[in-house]
Write a protein that binds this ligand. Sequence first.
Ligand SMILES: [Zn+2]
Length: 292
Amino acid sequence: MKLIGHAREKEIFSRVIAENRLHHAYILSGREGTGKKLFARETARALLCENGSFMTECSCRHCANILNSEHPDIHIIEETPLKIDTARQINQEAFMSPMSAKKKVYIIDNADSFGLQAANALLKTLEEPPSDTYFFLITSRYSQVLHTIRSRCVNIGFGLLSAEEVTEIVRQHTDKTGEETEQAVRIASGSAGTALNILSDIDKRTLFTGIRSKTELYEEIASLDTKDAIKTYSASLYAHLLEKYKKTGSESLLDFSNYLLDILKRLEYNVSLDMFRLDLYIKTIEVLSEKS
Ligand SMILES: [Zn+2]
């Protein structure tokens, strides 16, 4: 699948790959849902490809395997937080020869969630990796990535997607069109992932409007009895807050919107719903009472 958008970032990597100046450890940072992980995988493909194809189609055996997500030399790690045992395993494997290609690549998501021990385990390998090994760390909260990790990686900040680009990505993933797609694209403000989340929930949710009292809010949030209910509620609240942010420019609204995006993401894992409801309630009260 063609990677849409990020012309500047493509140019940066296209140049360093062509000039053989690629660093061994990068952080790809920027808003959630803009394609950073896909970008890392495409860059990894260029490193393993027999023809050096970067962002262009290729049918060599390495590219074919990568597209099927089954290449043994591309490791995609999505644990939150990264387990210490996983970090140690990466350390050991990094110093072994690649299994099939000439190079190997580790794509590690949620770099902002590394604990101290897991991070410490990785530091030496990030600093002096074997010559055939490359790291791409992904984060939507660069400022929360540990300094020790940051100082060993080159950070590439990813910009937002344009409305046209988000629309094109949405078109690739759903058959929805018209008004609701336009609205989701507008609300998502440059994140295709957010647009897709909103679209998948838009049929179920009622729009979050009006100011609630603390009691009403409490009852509302306490009655969210499934993951889906929390997700739908958060997506709706997210849409509402983002609209409000556009009008007021309030940073705390933007922070809260990001927190909600985080909830939508973390809900994919097994978590205690009680903790989520409590957390959501406390944060919602904080932000909404401040604004009302
Ligand atoms: Zn290829």
